[in-house]
Design a protein around this ligand. Structure first.
Ligand code: M6R
Length: 367
């Protein structure tokens, strides 16, 4: 059932070219220049006229929501807020019937997300679900939704569900942007062609980085802290990279927007602090270069995720992981893959129970 892999997590990491493809299947019609999503289309005016979209979720799904905010605001120009379901439900939030609330949940059973949705529904918001598990509680209570179709995810650490959530959010952002005129036809056409090729890009990353990451992981088996940094779309990717590592390897890890470093975390940097920095060409590259210089000056150990052929960051880094170049909005999908592998191998080498980490459950059905 693990398909020859040692753990479900590794199997699920390697399934991503297929799961991302499955998420787009029947929805992304590149030749016709169309994105078909009945859940969105049937209620497109609700979205178009929404005062704002509020995304609620927990954990990894919340990280996907943060990237969703960047996507929807950039391409559809609809204001988006992202909130932890557990906070939203207890702070008497202002919700009206002009709001659209999107819940993101792999399991569709997370208690806090479910309760937050019920509250939003009571207050008259239109509620939309992005779930992986078909016919789950959240999928049933929502007014409409889109399944991610990533297939069953068994490993407690979410991997393929995350990249499937990003795929759905990308489709939603492009579809709404095209419909409301904020995303012009030429840009739409080139973005969807690029999206269509993302499963291939992920395949490339898996094969080009798999062995290298096993080597890198060996050097960090006894480390007790990690920092993950990224900017723009890759700031949430940094948060997600850090969450993966802490969940399964029990190494303390923090994700930060790279520019926030100088507001505190930089005090932590010395020769014992490994820093994973996501630094693709498109997306504040020059700013990232100066962040890397600051880290280098303090002797931090730099593990850089860069585009093929990168020079500036690579020259300063202790370890260089190359990913193919994409438009900025797709880079969290591609950059997350090596970070999943890094967390996985560090945990394996530490002898941790990767699929069933201590204290964690696959779906958190109590608050
Ligand atoms: O099933 P959900 O997406 O609602 O779950 C939310 C979180 O509990 C989940 O993402 C958790 O953070 C994972 N263990 C992350 O790998």
């Amino acid at each position: 059932e693990k398909g020859g892999y040692e753990h479900f997590m590794l199997k699920e990491i390697f399934e991503q070219p297929k799961s991302i493809h499955d998420t787009m299947r029947g929805r992304l019609l590149v030749e016709e220049g169309v994105i078909k999503m009945a859940g969105i289309w049937d209620h497109v005016e609700r979205f178009k006229n929404a005062n704002r979209i509020i995304i609620i979720a927990c954990g990894t799904s919340w990280h996907a929501g943060l990237i969703g905010e960047y996507l929807i605001e950039e391409y559809a120009r609809i204001p988006v807020e992202v909130e932890y379901a557990s906070e939203f439900r207890y702070r008497n939030p202002i919700i009206t019937d002009k709001d659209v609330v999107i819940a993101i949940s792999q399991s569709g059973e997370t208690a806090d997300t479910m309760a937050a949705l019920k509250l939003a529904k009571e207050k008259g918001a239109f509620i939309y679900g992005i779930c992986n598990v078909v016919d789950s509680s959240i999928a049933r209570i929502t007014d409409a939704g889109s399944y991610t179709h990533a297939g069953p995810e068994i490993g407690v650490a979410s991997t393929k569900a995350f990249t499937a959530q990003l795929t759905i959010l990308t489709l939603i952002a492009f579809k709404l942007g095209k419909h409301n005129g904020n995303l012009g036809n030429a840009d739409f056409m080139s973005l969807i062609a690029e999206l269509d090729a993302i499963p291939k890009r992920v395949e490339e990353v898996l094969s080009s980085t798999h062995e290298q990451i096993q080597q890198i992981a060996k050097d960090f088996v006894s480390t007790s802290n990690f920092l993950y940094l990224g900017r723009g779309y890759n700031y949430p990717a940094a948060l997600e990279g850090a969450l993966k590592l802490k969940e399964i390897s029990y190494i303390h890890a923090e994700g930060y927007p790279a520019a926030e470093m100088k507001h505190g975390p930089i005090a932590l940097i010395d020769e014992n602090m490994p820093i994973v920095i996501i630094a693709p060409k498109k997306g504040h590259y020059d700013k990232i270069v100066s962040n890397v210089q600051e880290i280098k000056a303090r002797k931090g150990k730099i593990i850089a995720v860069v585009n093929k052929g990168d020079r500036q960051v690579s020259e300063m880094a202790d370890y260089v992981i190359e990913i193919p170049e994409t438009s900025e909005c797709f880079s969290p999908i591609v950059a997350s893959v090596p970070l999943q592998l890094l967390a996985y191998y560090i945990a394996v080498y530490r002898g941790a129970n990767v699929d069933q980490p201590r204290n964690l459950a696959k779906s958190v059905t109590v608050e």
